[in-house]
Design a protein. Structure first.
Length: 127
């Protein structure tokens, strides 16, 4: 079950990934969350909320090094209470599967999801 967390315990999330027997996939796991500053301040009318990746906010987040033409596989897990905690700019990507915390849907090459930066054959029929 996927539980969204906000507030005092917002960083009490993580990922448990169970891979099939055999070779371990060469992928990276990123857990997206929100960190809430709950220290009361009389001059600040609301709490500060920062987006985090694997528990760290920028500039303390991990740097990723890749070369043009490299293929890297990421698993993004949204453990925040936000429906759109992050978006990506500046590179091409292909969505190969999507999950909701209970089930995963894997997309075959003929049913691949088109990301904003991908070209699409307009003659293709989609179900």
């Amino acid at each position: 079950m996927l539980a969204f967390r906000t507030g005092l315990d917002a960083q009490l999330t993580g990922a448990i990934v169970v891979d099939p027997r055999g070779a371990v996939p060469n992928d990276r796991i990123f857990v997206l969350g929100m960190w809430t500053d709950t220290v009361a301040r009389s001059f600040v009318p609301r709490h500060r909320v920062l987006g985090v990746v694997n528990g760290r906010s920028w500039p303390h987040s991990e740097r990723i090094t890749a070369t043009v033409g490299d293929s890297v596989r990421w698993r993004l897990i949204n453990a925040s209470g936000d429906l759109h905690p992050m978006h990506l700019h500046g590179f091409y990507f292909r969505v190969t599967s999507r999950g909701d915390g209970t089930t995963d849907t894997h997309f075959t090459a003929d049913r691949a999801q088109s990301a904003v930066t991908e070209a699409m054959n307009m003659g293709r029929r989609t179900p």
